[in-house]
Design a binder for this molecule. Structure first.
Ligand SMILES: Cc1cc2nc3c(=O)[nH]c(=O)nc-3n(C[C@H](O)[C@H](O)[C@H](O)COP(=O)(O)OP(=O)(O)OC[C@H]3O[C@@H](n4cnc5c(N)ncnc54)[C@H](O)[C@@H]3O)c2cc1C
Ligand code: SF4
Length: 505
């Protein structure tokens, strides 16, 4: 028998988890269907060998690239989604990112909503996810209606030295805005212990503000909210007379089960949400659900990312390194009139992490020496949405990610510019690695929102243009995402859509 709910939310990650949290107080019957299980709490959460060498918590399925070669995506099917292992650097898009921006390789399109439309939701998202930061340090920061809820994470001595050296060159390093549950002044009051195993590890003591701890667990305190784990939604069925999702079909612990709801919300992550809509093709929707425009799966964006290890003679004994960012080249470079992107520190690299990028013959002792002396950066710039960058399904139903990076020239400019600055403060050896396709951490686009049903999949409330009770609220809705980490925008949008849905109850 089909079980009926007011809302079904498919996917318990940043988007779905936040929506469940925001709707949980309404008394509406809400079912969350999540294909993964809880990430186990175990000592291996903080075991570098397990995280980097054995990919312990990563999915085992393979996807195909555009040439048909299979690859293992760095994706995580868990209650909390990818946020279980995220770096928790949560940032607002810049106000300018909502407008049209000319990049080296073309245009980053304007959104049909403005920064001002999102500002109140960013403020709520920062409060919900306990953001630590200091307003006014970052020259590109957009206007905000509230202070950050928590003091920033302070720099450890080596990073304070680096920050001072950068400031002396006229740059504006700022404290990274982090979603971790810590009280820097009174650490005994909150669970975060500022350890070296944060980014990209799960948090053994549940101090990382991920979507499970922050949203799903509190939502489940309400009797009207149910979570079904190990529930892989295979497809959505529509009725033949109206454009409505009638049935959500899922494999629950291997058994097919059918569910229905007044409103169905897809939030599987940008690649899986597109795949779900494409898998749901039927006679009324032969190209896939909500896809008469042919836009589902298109305009996939991923960011261009590089890890940059910068090495000096001075040992780096920092434990919690991810405390500093630099946006001085966000909108233009010293010799470039186009945007370069964002620089931030990562979690402290160890030899295991470095081994992912080094030639196999590199001795462990060399990697250990380098890790002990390096300061480790993450450089990101915007890739531009292109219709040909798209998610498709093979005839066997496998996910194919047809993606060619673009806007790489400014990315290389950013690496070069950054090395020039680091050389001035004693770094003499650099090792950068552009992230390959398998690093699908910042996937977005694929079901972008807009008012024109021929160029967008969702309307501005994230409801499918063609299916009246279907919403998509994960990273799929993003028409573009600037060069900041995307998740705060996903969370803010889910809170915005929640207000829209609540108004209709
Ligand atoms: C290592 C790492 C570090 C990162 N660091 C940062 C950072 O510092 N800052 C930042 O902003 N972002 C970061 N990100 C990105 C961030 O995690 C994502 O932007 C965010 O989780 C995307 O939210 P989402 O709701 O779109 O998808 P997700 O959070 O991935 O949630 C999708 C959920 O849907 C489930 N699902 C998928 N298909 C189905 C199906 N068919 N049926 C049922 N359930 C399904 C998945 O299991 C998953 O739980 C990082 C990501 C990774 C992997
Ligand atoms: S730094 Fe804090 S939030 Fe991160 S893993 Fe350690 S205890 Fe958890």
């Amino acid at each position: 028998m089909t079980q009926h709910y007011d809302f079904i939310i498919i996917g318990a990650g940043a988007g779905g988890g936040t929506l469940a949290y925001a709707l949980s107080t309404t008394g509406q019957r809400i079912l969350i269907l999540e294909r993964g299980d809880y990430l186990p709490r175990e000592k291996d959460n903080w075991n570098a060998d397990e995280i980097f060498l054995n990919q312990r918590y990563q999915v085992t399925e393979k996807w195909l690239d555009q040439a048909g070669n299979s690859f293992s995506p760095e994706a995580f099917y868990r209650v909390g989604g990818n946020t279980k292992v995220y770096g928790a650097a949560l940032q607002r898009m810049r106000a300018e990112d909502f407008g049209e921006l000319q990049h080296y390789d073309g245009i980053s399109p304007a959104w049909e909503l403005s920064y001002d439309d999102f500002e109140p939701y960013y403020t709520r998202a920062e409060s919900l996810f306990k953001i630590h930061g200091l307003r006014g340090e970052d020259p590109t920061e957009p206007p905000a209606s509230a202070e950050y809820p928590f003091q920033p994470f302070g720099h450890e001595p080596r990073i304070a030295e680096v920050a001072a050296g950068l400031e002396a060159q006229g740059l504006h390093p700022f404290h990274l805005t982090l979603a971790l549950n810590r009280d820097e002044a009174n650490p005994q009051n909150r669970p975060c212990i500022r350890c070296e195993t944060c980014d990209p590890y799960p948090c053994l003591v549940d101090a990382k503000c991920d979507a499970q701890v922050t949203c799903v667990d509190p939502a489940l305190q309400h009797a009207n909210v149910t979570l079904q784990t190990n529930a892989y939604v295979t497809h959505l069925e529509t009725n033949s007379t109206e454009n409505r999702v009638e049935t959500v079909v899922a494999e629950v612990n291997g058994q097919i089960e059918r569910f229905s709801a007044d409103t169905v919300v897809v939030s599987c992550g940008a690649i899986n949400s597109a795949a779900l809509l494409l898998r749901s093709a039927n006679d009324q929707h032969p190209q896939g659900l909500a896809n008469a425009s042919g836009q589902v799966g298109r305009n996939l964006i991923m960011h261009n990312h590089s890890a940059l290890f910068s090495i000096s003679d001075q040992p780096n004994s920092t434990v919690f390194q991810k405390t500093l960012g630099v946006n001085d080249f966000y909108f233009q470079g010293p010799d470039q009139d186009y945007p370069l992107g964002q620089i931030q520190l990562t979690g402290k690299a160890n030899w295991q992490r470095m081994s992912l990028f080094a030639p196999e013959s590199t001795p462990r002792s060399t990697l250990e020496y380098m890790a002990a002396h390096s300061v480790d950066w993450w450089l990101t710039n915007e890739d531009l949405p292109r219709p040909e960058n798209r998610v498709t399904l093979t005839s066997m139903g496998k996910i194919q990610v047809n993606y060619t990076p673009n806007n790489l020239k400014p990315h290389q400019d950013l690496i070069n510019v950054w090395q020039t600055h680091l050389k001035q403060i004693g770094f003499f050896m650099f090792w950068s690695q552009l992230m390959p396709l398998r690093v699908v951490w910042h996937q977005g686009g694929t079901c972008r929102f807009g008012s024109d049903p021929t160029t967008s999949v969702l309307d501005l409330n994230c409801r499918a243009h063609e299916v009246e009770n279907l919403y998509v609220i994960d990273a799929s809705f993003l028409p573009c995402m600037g060069a900041v980490n995307p998740t705060l925008t996903i969370i803010a949008n889910a809170l915005r859509v929640a207000d829209h849905l609540k108004a209709a109850i």
